[in-house]
Design a binder for this molecule. Structure first.
Ligand SMILES: Nc1ncnc2c1ncn2[C@@H]1O[C@H](COP(=O)(O)OP(=O)(O)O)[C@@H](O)[C@H]1O
Ligand SMILES: C=C(OP(=O)(O)O)C(=O)O
Ligand SMILES: [Ca+2]
Ligand SMILES: [Mn+2]
Length: 667
């Protein structure tokens, strides 16, 4: 190689250059350079409280008021600093060790608190007696796993950026992440353990989301996840809460392999205060998220390398072979759909907000129908965007954050969600400019299901604590891509129950080429993928509560108007917002109504700010014959779907069951 003639690769000055350079400084032989007044220093200021670069760096990070109460030291390993009050740090490690215990070999793994790259040296061995390893002890018992317990968002950013490919800070400060091969949930890979109790309690069979697995197969998957997690240098542990109703709060622990997952759950679950964490104790429910590590297809009941397994008896969930973070959030939601009805509390797949006068509205709907968009309303207090409980005392959010769809997100149409995408927010599977890191929300290169997960307080008018009085309005959202449902209709109780049990929406599979036919989906209780009991159990509770509170039901079509997907167009968000405003204000209750044919829906003649001609869907269609055919087609789909519910009684009142059956389409 050409250059300075140096062949061994080391850089050196040529002799000539040295000779012609600055005059030599001669120092007294043997003089200590640090004390010699002849020695040049590069600064004259008095030195701070450090002797080395590492110490200087250690000053940069100001010791914080603890975000977790876990004290450092006392045998529990922590870097170099820290006073020593051993108790809580130690008990956390013991608790996590118990969570991660192998059920077939040694008990708990050896755990160290903190990052493996930190200078930790001292070992904390929770349960293993000090002895020479016996022949039946595996190598895994000889290693330590670092526990990153309830890290702050900033710490999780650093972990993600350092170690997880595809993690970047966007121009507004959000953490962009990739969820890998899976960019949505895998309902076909969900399994629920069927044991003596759940066999009789849960909804099984046709239409049910609960596909069974046995206890033994669960334990095989659990061991697989735990072994994987214990084999890592480090695991993330979140101890958090579900449900803002203090009397019905559930303690959850999430053990995961990625900072992305830890930050996601930090945002989505309720964050504990330091005092609460100090007394956290044993979690009520634990998730083992092994992420990309697959399940073994030779395991009984497994049909792919992805498995999401819920064991209600053990109060555990295992995730293998998917990194889509929504599995954790929605998995816990399923658990709440089991636990809460046992306490006579109704769990709801709905958004929820409250007006200045304390009027509460629920927004039910399947994915993509507008729960998040419409519950996030600048003129109202946001209680939550997706999962709620309705108890004797009112409503409470289950979660501590929101999970908004980002596709085509715009500052103009959804300013509050736009502004929530800042430091701390997890931004999944979006595409951004490699230099400016500005996100292109229209880009579907990775997936159509791009998402933002942020703490609820990122929405300026969120209601903290996220609880409210009994709902006044129950809004059922359907994104009808057939374009035949009215933009808004008022429902009586039987109709509300009929549509709640039906859980209809019809979306188009994105804007992919060749997809012309809207696909109808019926998902009982607008969340069949998450319910645990038979839909009529939830419906009966909803009917009873709505009746007792005198709440009004509404059906709002956030989908197409003037034609099906392809010929009509999606109802403008601005119009839907006006409709929702009129529901909230009570003005729509006093409007004059007419009844539609076939579905028998009461539609208003006028809504302020909405063109009247779109309120009756037929008016907006040019071809009335095609309209009628499409309407009949949809009515047929409703009727077919409801067949399975004909034999079920809803509530104690046989009369209501009859009314509900009569509330469907008539043709
Ligand atoms: N008329 C409308 N009403 C509600 N949402 C609409 C409407 N038109 C377009 N959208 C878009 O549809 C999507 C609704 O998604 P989202 O609110 O996240 O649904 P969910 O929370 O029910 O899963 C958003 O991207 C929103 O911008
Ligand atoms: C996150 C989800 O819910 P939603 O689309 O209702 O917000 C989901 O279904 O995975
Ligand atoms: Ca910012
Ligand atoms: Mn949502």
């Amino acid at each position: 190689m050409a250059g300075n003639g140096n062949t061994d690769g080391e850089f050196s000055f040529s002799a000539a250059a040295a000779r012609d350079a600055l005059p030599r400084i001669t120092t007294e032989k043997g003089a200590k350079s640090t004390t010699s007044s002849d020695v040049c220093h590069d600064d004259t200021a008095s030195r701070g409280n450090f002797q080395t670069i590492d110490q200087l760096h250690s000053l940069q990070k100001k010791r914080s008021a603890p975000t977790t109460p876990l004290k450092e030291g006392g045998g529990v390993v922590m870097g170099t600093s820290g006073p020593t009050t051993p108790v809580s740090g130690e008990s956390m490690l013991q608790s996590v060790s118990a969570s991660l215990a192998s059920l077939t070999r040694e008990t708990g793994p050896k755990l160290i608190r903190g990052d493996p790259t930190s200078a930790a040296k001292v070992a904390h061995v929770p349960q293993t007696p000090t002895s020479v390893p016996a022949a039946d002890v595996s190598d895994s018992s000889l290693k330590f796993t670092h526990v990153l317990h309830n890290l702050s968002p900033a710490e999780l950013y650093e972990q993600a950026i350092k170690y997880e490919k595809g993690s970047f800070v966007t121009s507004t400060g959000a953490l962009a992440t990739l969820s890998g091969a899976k960019t949505g949930r895998s309902p076909k890979d969900k399994r629920v353990v069927k044991d003596e109790t759940t066999a009789s309690e849960l909804w099984w069979g046709k239409g049910s989301p609960n596909i069974e697995m046995d206890e033994q197969s669960f334990l095989v998957n659990r061991e697989r996840a735990v072994d994987y997690l214990n084999s890592l240098d480090k695991v993330f542990v979140n101890d958090q809460y579900l449900n803002w109703d203090p009397e019905n709060r559930i303690k959850v622990r999430i053990v995961s392999a990625r900072a992305y997952h830890s930050l996601f759950m930090h945002n989505m679950c309720i964050r504990a205060t330091p005092e609460e964490l100090e007394n956290f104790g044993t979690p009520d429910f634990t998730i083992y998220n092994a992420g990309k590590f697959p399940c073994n297809r030779f395991t009984h009941y497994m049909t792919s390398s992805t498995s999401v397994d819920i064991n209600l008896g053990r109060r555990e969930m295992v995730i293998l072979g998917t990194q889509y973070a929504g599995e954790m959030k929605k998995g816990l939601f399923g658990v709440m759909h089991y636990l809460m009805p046992k306490r006579k509390i109704l769990s709801l797949h709905s958004g929820c907000n409250m007006g200045k006068d304390g009027d509460v509205a629920l927004f039910f709907g399947l994915s993509g129908t507008g729960k998040t968009t419409l519950s996030t309303d600048h003129n109202r207090y946001l209680i939550g965007d997706d999962e709620h409980c309705w108890s004797e005392t009112g409503v409470s959010n289950i979660e501590g954050g929101c999970y908004a769809k980002c596709i085509d997100l715009s500052r103009e149409k959804e300013p509050d969600i736009w502004n929530a995408i800042k430091f701390g927010t997890v931004l999944e599977n979006v595409v951004f400019d490699e230099h400016t890191r500005e996100v292109d929300y229209t880009d579907k290169s990775v997936t159509e299901n791009t998402r933002a997960a942020y703490p609820i307080e990122y929405i300026p008018n969120s209601k903290i604590p996220c609880v409210g009085p009994h709902p006044k309005n129950v809004i059922l959202l359907a994104c009808d891509a057939f374009g035949v449902l009215p933009p808004v209709s008022k429902l009586d109780l039987a109709q509300t129950m009929y549509h709640f049990i039906s859980g209809y929406t019809a979306l188009v599979a994105g804007t992919e080429e060749g997809v012309k036919e809207p696909k109808a989906t019926f998902s009982a209780c607008f969340g069949a993928a998450f319910i645990m009991l038979h839909p009529t159990k939830y419906a009966a509770m909803l009917a009873e509560k709505m009746q007792a509170q005198g709440a009004t039901g509404w059906l709002v079509n956030t989908g197409w108007s003037g034609g099906s997907y392809g010929s009509g167009s999606r109802i403008k968000l601005a119009y839907t917002r006006k409709i929702i405003d009129a529901i909230h204000s009570g003005s729509l209750l006093n409007a004059t109504y007419q009844k539609t044919e076939i579905f028998g829906l009461e539609i208003p003649n006028e809504v302020e700010g909405v063109p009247s001609e779109i309120l009756e869907p037929m008016n907006a269609w040019e071809d009335k014959v095609v309209y009628k055919d499409t309407l009949l087609k949809l009515a047929g789909l409703f009727r077919n779907n409801f067949e399975t519910f004909r034999s079920h009684k809803i509530g104690e009142d046989g009369k209501l069951t009859e009314e509900i059956l009569a509330a469907g389409p008539n043709f």
